[in-house]
Design a protein around this ligand. Structure first.
Ligand SMILES: [Mg+2]
Length: 96
């Protein structure tokens, strides 16, 4: 399972990436919306963890770009900065 993590906050991004890797998910971490769209064009992912507050293209613009490209990958929007455990539980639950 390959996950694209889109998160501009360095501490949150590193923590989520490390947790995903510890759980044996192949994880790519990008820090802005443009880089997310580039990654999605270059690699097939099983799941995207998407922050909404991003520099440049924000998360909603990334979503719009994905849908415009008919990319069917599931997206989990992660915005609550104090709820890391909730995010990871959501992922364990199938990405809902
Ligand atoms: Mg952010």
């Amino acid at each position: 399972m390959r996950v694209l993590l889109v998160e501009d906050d360095p501490m949150i991004g590193a923590a989520v990436r490390d947790a995903l890797r510890d759980a044996a998910y192949a994880t790519d971490w990008v820090r802005n919306g443009q880089a997310a769209l580039v990654a999605l064009g270059a690699q097939r992912y099983d799941l995207v963890l998407l922050d909404l507050g991003l520099p440049g293209k924000d998360g909603l613009e990334v979503l719009a770009g994905m849908r415009a490209n008919a990319n069917p990958v599931p997206v989990v929007i992660v915005t609550a900065r104090d709820a890391l455990d909730d995010r990871l539980h959501g992922l364990d639950g199938g990405g809902g």
